[in-house]
Write a protein that binds this ligand. Structure first.
Ligand code: KG4
Ligand code: ZN
Length: 333
């Protein structure tokens, strides 16, 4: 294989249209993210059909811009790596079909990437040295997975959410508190003015498993907010702070236990909720091993992470057929 290797990553699984060019798996030459957040904000969440239409409008200019900013020509690209699942089916199809068209027209290898694998590989873009085995906590709008990684592209899911994902809980609780979408950053901001010790919210430990559950916590928040006048001195900021602390406590406790049980070399954080400042601080403090997490711009959806995961598949000989289908519920293992 000739060096350098340039991978074009394409991501359209939810509400960001993104294209990126990365060199040799670790160096980002460009990472263009066209966000639809402003459009979906009015609806309080992502509207799938609206997302698909926006991807159609944005995909070609986004790819062209990624190549221009990276200062590479089509001849320099070695592989096209689109997300093919999990995600919104109509949204996935836009990026996947664009990638297939490019692969066919330019006779380039196609390497389909699992979106969750992309989130994990954002950690390889930090420049940190990562040894196996490693444990990764993936916390996004749709997933809360605790994953054991024994080699590149090799996963065992230790636990997952039984109901709401961590990010989904942030988004729903934000709505209960009258905050905007996406809820995570809004709750983090409000929580800074609150005192978590003023309210003790429940934690679903699900003892003996690495699974998570956040829907009971969300309901507990709803009950408190509905009867806020019966909690003298308690503010919405206190509720936000207590909610955030409860989610982070469970995530960190379970990740620490998994790291100990499987004797891992370090812990990785991934997904949109990995942008949370309390989670980053608590996990680094409570776990004695090195904890690696991507910069905030690489925690939320972007194509550089997809290209990074695609690179490690590409150099290991993995190739997708042009008949590759989008899969909305694609699993990691
Ligand atoms: O990974 P991501 O961009 O999209 C999915 O693949 O789902 O994650 C989006 C989620 C949203 O639920 C958002 O509220 C949450 O990540 N999020 C945060 C923060 N920033 C984004 N949650 C908590 N704290 C944050 N600072
Ligand atoms: Zn994501």
């Amino acid at each position: 294989m000739t060096s350098p290797v340039h991978v074009l990553g394409i991501e359209t699984s939810c509400d960001e249209t993104s294209a990126a060019v990365i060199r040799d798996g670790r160096q980002i030459l460009s990472n263009v993210v066209a966000s639809q957040v402003d459009i979906h904000e009015a609806f309080g969440g992502v509207v799938p059909e609206v997302a698909s239409r926006q991807h159609v409008l944005a995909i070609i200019p986004t790819i062209q811009r990624a190549l221009a900013l990276a200062n590479v020509r089509w001849e320099d690209i070695d592989c096209v790596a689109p997300t093919y699942g999990p995600g919104l089916i109509g949204a996935l199809l836009v990026g996947l079909n664009a990638a297939k068209g490019i692969a066919f027209a330019r006779n380039l290898p196609l390497v389909g990437v699992n979106h969750l694998e992309g989130h994990i590989y954002a950690n390889w873009l930090t420049g940190a040295h990562i040894d196996f085995p490693t444990v990764c906590l993936i916390v996004s709008g749709a997933h809360s997975d605790l994953v054991l990684m024994t080699d590149h592209n090799t996963y065992r899911i230790l636990g997952r959410t039984l109901d709401d994902a961590a990010g989904e809980a942030f988004d729903k609780v934000a709505r209960i508190l009258g905050l905007g979408y996406p809820g995570g950053p809004a709750i983090q901001k409000l929580a800074q003015q609150g005192d978590p010790s003023k309210l003790r919210l429940p934690r679903a430990w699900l003892e003996g498993t690495y699974d998570f559950s956040f829907s009971g916590l969300k309901t507990a928040v709803l009950r408190v907010v509905e009867g806020l006048e019966s909690y003298p001195g308690l503010t919405r900021a206190d509720v936000a702070a207590s909610f955030q602390e409860s989610v982070v406590d469970v995530l960190v406790t379970k990740t620490k236990r998994a790291a100990e049980e499987f004797g891992v070399r370090q812990v990785l954080l991934a997904g949109g909720v990995a942008a949370n400042a309390l989670l980053r601080a608590e996990i680094s403090q409570r776990i004695e091993l090195p904890v690696i997490y991507p910069p905030i711009s690489l925690c939320t959806d972007n194509a550089a992470m997809i290209a990074a995961a695609g690179y490690y598949r590409f150099v290991r000989g993995y190739r997708s057929e042009l008949s590759l289908d989008a899969r909305s519920n694609l699993s990691l293992d």
